[in-house]
Design a protein around this ligand. Structure first.
Ligand code: NAD
Length: 325
């Protein structure tokens, strides 16, 4: 096992029982860190917590957070816990402001009370809104078009202000479309409801009763379907470890895009799933969804240069290849 850098050992991982947080815990464990998961287990999975202790609780319980931080002598926080369904955020914004903003502010207060100086935040490409240019770099205008993206941008701004005023050193990682599963088969994507294309395409291949909805096939793309930048969850996990290593010398707030800079259309994803599982993906054409741009692509040059990170999974076949039915 590798040794972590001096001074950073115990990492509080909020939402560490969820899809991305659990994969990051595995990577932290492999790199000699001690990930302590804080999760309410409403959306997450107890069986995904394998690389350190689990503390059950809600972000809004600030005194519990402070106790947990003291008990485990936490050196840095990685904050994944959040409500994540874009469409739900449009019909129930209060849930999103309460969980993603009030919950995150409660966490930041606990961080200040316990004098923790390092923070990594799960942000999203949704902070940019409709792209005015692609690929999207970090300086692209931030103009979210749904409450989910709005709550993430608010928290990024809070982190920038906390860094200036209180010296909290923080990194926001703006993921594009997280995809794939642990190549060793110990973890996978398991949301309920599942709104993401790849797991739903797998379901439409394997479950005779399920049909995938294809939201529009008349976009201005080569095959008419939307193009997205899929970033493998293991590559995301590696970027988080790189961000932890950057933090002690950062002295500010910094945001990074995480994507592969290449896009795959919905039809290309479906073909890759069909190839992997040897079954047809049942598809039904549906109306375009409001706010879906034809193409979203990340420019991750900054992450490559400052984090010394680059993605290992660069084809849709290699990403889908890590899935098990
Ligand atoms: N999945 C993606 O493609 C994607 C893309 C961009 C950004 N993100 C961000 O990455 C993070 C993780 O996403 P995910 O796909 O792993 O989601 P997930 O739902 O699998 O995991 C979130 C975890 O947080 C926990 N949680 C939520 N609210 C909580 C609270 N108030 N207190 C304690 N625990 C709480 C849930 O129980 C769950 O285990 C989120 O912040 C999300 O916004 C995800």
């Amino acid at each position: 096992m590798k040794q972590p850098m001096a001074g950073l050992k115990n990492i509080l991982v909020t939402g560490g029982a969820g899809y991305i947080g659990s994969h990051v815990c595995k990577e932290l464990g492999k790199n000699g860190f001690n990930p302590v998961v804080f999760d309410r287990l409403e959306e997450g999975h107890r069986e995904f917590v394998k690389w350190g202790p689990l503390e059950e609780g809600d972000l809004r319980d600030q005194s519990l957070l402070v106790d947990v931080m003291k008990k485990h002598e936490i050196d840095a926080v990685m904050h994944f816990a959040s409500s994540i369904v874009v469409s739900e955020s449009v019909v129930d914004p209060q849930k999103y402001y309460e969980n993603n903003v009030s919950g995150s502010l409660s966490l930041l207060s606990a961080v200040r009370k316990t004098n923790i100086q390092f923070f990594v935040f799960s942000s999203t490409a949704a902070v940019y809104g409709m792209p005015v240019r692609v690929p999207i770099d970090e300086d692209h205008p931030k103009d979210p078009i749904n409450p989910y993206g709005e709550t993430k941008l608010l928290m990024e701004n809070a982190l920038r202000d906390y860094s200036r005023a209180y010296g909290l050193q923080s990194v926001a990682l703006r993921y594009f479309n997280a995809a794939g599963a642990d190549p060793e088969g110990e973890l996978w994507e398991a949301h309920d409801p599942e709104t993401h294309l790849i797991p739903n395409a797998v379901r439409a291949a394997l479950d005779p009763a399920y049909t995938l909805k294809l939201f529009g096939n008349d976009y201005s793309t080569p095959d008419g379907t939307c193009i997205r930048d899929y970033i493998h969850v293991k590559d995301l996990a590696r970027a988080h470890v790189a961000a932890l290593k950057l933090l002690p010398g950062l002295n500010s707030f910094q945001a990074f895009n995480l994507g592969i800079g290449k896009g795959f259309s919905v039809l290309e994803v479906i073909r890759a799933v069909e190839q992997k599982f040897g079954k047809k993906v049942k598809v039904e054409l549906a109306q375009r969804r409001e706010g879906d741009p034809p193409v979203l692509l990340a420019d991750s040059t900054l992450a490559k240069s400052k984090l010394g990170w680059s993605p290992e999974f660069e084809t849709i076949e290699s990403i889908v290849g890590t899935l098990r039915g």
